[in-house]
Ligand binder design. Structure first.
Ligand SMILES: Nc1nc2c(ncn2[C@@H]2O[C@H](COP(=O)(O)OP(=O)(O)OP(=O)(O)O)[C@@H](O)[C@H]2O)c(=O)[nH]1
Ligand SMILES: [Mg+2]
Length: 428
């Protein structure tokens, strides 16, 4: 933590410009050694960067920002160099030679931001998702988290819980000091507040998590051999991803193809035909893999005449152009034929409709799965609080708060509680 760190914060060279960031106590001193006198705070100036022996390294735009109001919470310098590989390597080498200065570990700038309270854990997770975002929907969900949408919800619940705890504390103090029984009406009122909070948390995390949005929706094609799975996969992804042949058992392994449609990422998986019985060892392994893929599918496209193994599968009627297969039998969602692009488009529409139900709405807070699980734990603790025992209620409130605090990467901030209790005590 006492080290001063540096790293290229823009994309990998070569590029027109490479932004090298230096963060830490020695940031200004180090930059001064390279650039001569530094520009005023938050002002951009061109400076010549020189090695220790005075040799010219590059001419760069130099900016400096005083901590703690910086991205990392520390003194921060940005060197906007020419983005050639050798330029960047030379400036990095000059930085690394300075005492107490080293190259940053992956994510270390963000880690420092977290440690210095510039961002919280939920925002940091959003930032990681934002950097990985490849689709418009992924970007929108991630920027929401970076801007504190998740954090605000969590903090709001923590504060409500702290207020309820404070009310209990005040009630207990009052009863003790004046030696009177607890006011049952007031206890019931707090208990109702706890219930309302539990319900609100449950409702907020009832939306599908954002994980599927970031990881891609897993669409798996499965069914018996020769049912047209690989043909449909190729048509859906518009390339020859899988081998198609009239020989039953052509596909033996899982074949994955990633596609983005309407801002949503999908991973399509073609699988080995589920032959009734086989002596072929490799085919048998393929079938096991197919079954694993089916178990992990968010959307199962079931191409078979026999009914699907899962109630939520999308049952398709394949090869509908063949004689005798013209009419769609009951239970099938759609008929597919390789000579009819409209039938393939209809499959995509069906996938998209199903996917929409698996993804959070655009106006949802956008929790991740692990955040939802922890929020539910907090809600369970609240719901478990007994109706008439204020001490146990206070304990469940504390448990809930600490579950929420973990998601923000803060300790169930005593400071926040102190402030709140302090306020209550004033009027007592
Ligand atoms: N007429 C017609 N033939 C089709 C259609 N779709 C696939 N076929 C043919 O059916 C045979 C099997 O197709 P595949 O796509 O390889 O079937 P699969 O389900 O992947 O088969 P396995 O990999 O063995 O499990 C091939 O000869 C395809 O040309 C279709 O819509 N109409
Ligand atoms: Mg196949």
């Amino acid at each position: 933590m006492t080290d001063t760190i540096f790293a290229v914060s823009s994309g990998q060279p070569p590029a027109a410009i490479a932004v090298i960031r230096v963060s830490g106590r020695a940031a200004f001193a180090v930059a001064e050694r390279l650039a001569g006198n530094l520009p005023s705070m938050r002002e951009a100036r061109v400076r010549r960067l020189r090695a220790a022996d005075g040799a010219l390294l590059d001419s760069a735009l130099v900016l400096r920002f005083p901590g703690p109001a910086t991205a990392t919470g520390e003194d921060l310098v940005e060197l906007h160099c020419h983005g050639g590989r050798a330029v960047v390597a030379a400036v990095e080498a000059a930085l690394a030679q300075q005492p107490g200065v080293r190259r940053a570990e992956p994510g270390e700038f963000t880690r420092r931001a977290l440690l210095h309270g510039r961002i919280d854990l939920a925002e940091a997770e959003g930032l990681a998702d934002l950097l990985e975002a490849q689709t418009e929907r992924q970007r929108r969900a991630a920027i929401g988290a970076v801007e504190g949408r998740v954090s605000q919800a969590l903090r709001g619940w923590m504060e409500r819980s702290a207020t309820l705890s404070a009310a209990i504390e005040a009630m207990l103090d009052f009863a003790e000091e004046d030696d009177v029984p607890l006011d049952e009406g007031a206890v019931a009122h707090v208990r109702d507040g706890i219930d309302a909070l539990a319900q609100e948390i449950r409702a907020a995390v009832a939306q599908p998590p954002v994980d599927r949005l970031h990881d891609g929706i897993r669409v798996v094609l499965a069914g018996p051999p020769n049912s047209g799975k690989s043909t449909l996969l190729n048509l859906l992804v518009e390339r020859e991803a899988a081998i198609v042949s009239p020989i039953a058992g052509t596909t033996r392994d899982r074949i994955e193809a990633s596609v983005v449609r309407a801002g949503i990422a999908y991973i399509l998986t073609d699988t080995a035909g589920l032959a009734e019985d086989t002596d072929d060892v490799i085919e048998a392994i393929g079938i096991t893999r197919a079954q694993e893929a089916m178990a992990q599918a968010d959307i199962l496209l079931w191409m078979a005449d026999a009914p699907p193994p899962r109630a939520d599968a999308l049952w398709l009627h394949g090869r509908a152009d063949l004689p005798g297969r013209g009419a769609i039998p009951a239970g099938r969602r759609l008929a597919v034929r390789r000579d009819d692009p409209a039938s393939v488009e209809a499959v995509w529409r069906l996938i998209a409709e199903t996917a929409a139900r698996l993804l959070p709405r655009d106006d949802a807070i956008g929790f991740k799965r692990h955040q939802q699980a922890r929020c539910l734990r907090a809600a369970d603790a609240l719901a478990a609080a007994p109706r008439s025992d204020p001490l146990l209620m206070a304990e469940e409130l504390r448990v809930a708060r600490s579950a929420l605090a973990d998601l923000l990467g803060v300790s169930a901030t005593e400071t926040m509680l102190d402030a709140l209790f302090g306020r209550f005590c004033l009027g007592k």
